[in-house]
Design a protein around this ligand. Structure first.
Ligand SMILES: [Fe+2]
Length: 203
């Protein structure tokens, strides 16, 4: 959801996802999809929350989780105020790909206030593996070493340039946080947030 660029809201995202699910079912592809959105930081978020137009990605310790995206170029002044306001509404922001934000790449200090406020962090798996360049890789590794990363995500856009790939990033993360935590990043915590459990781990 990016005002003026991707004018999506909960309703049209949900119906597109349902149509996709119907196609998968019709083709006999056993894949269950769920929908949410990266919500670009914008003053409109206040009214979207009030109008219940935000497709939350799930729940974390009793609060709704919003996948919040900063502009790539910088961390806007006042972003911490919006985060504080969201937290007051029992909405926990999960910041999308902080390792690729230019301000955060220059200095991790830019991210500290958001972590201290209680934001979750979603790092792109490919960034840990080095797909997004050395600066993003170093920053992603730094965030992992500090134990600040909640989940690793594919941030898939397509099958070519941005494929749905997690394993190279998970393997690279395992060298920093260990095998057990690396699986939590790609499996256990995402499942907890979206409210599913991995059948392989049951029983
Ligand atoms: Fe994004």
């Amino acid at each position: 959801m990016h005002s003026g660029r991707y004018d999506n809201q909960a309703a049209n995202i949900r119906s597109a996802a349902q149509e996709f699910q119907r196609t998968l079912d019709a083709e006999g592809i056993a894949l269950q999809i769920m929908s949410a959105a990266e919500v670009r930081l914008d003053h409109e978020i206040l009214s979207w929350v009030a109008e219940e137009q935000i497709p939350y990605i799930g729940h974390w310790r009793g609060e709704r989780v919003m996948l919040l995206e900063f502009p790539h170029s910088h961390v806007p002044v006042g972003a911490d105020k919006l985060v504080a306001w969201l937290l007051k509404q029992q909405i926990r922001p999960m910041i999308a790909h902080p390792e690729r934000n230019k301000d955060v790449m220059r200095s991790i200090d830019k991210l500290v206030p958001f972590v201290q406020l209680g934001c979750l962090l979603q790092v792109t798996a490919g960034a840990v593996a080095g797909t997004f360049g050395e600066y993003a890789r170093v920053r992603a590794a730094d965030l992992l070493a500090r134990g600040w990363v909640t989940v690793l995500a594919s941030d898939a856009h397509n099958m070519e340039a941005r494929p749905p790939e997690l394993e190279p990033g998970r393997a690279a993360a395992a060298l920093i946080v260990g095998e057990e935590e690396s699986w939590k990043l790609v499996r256990d915590r995402p499942a907890e947030i979206v409210g599913t459990t991995d059948p392989e781990r049951q029983g």
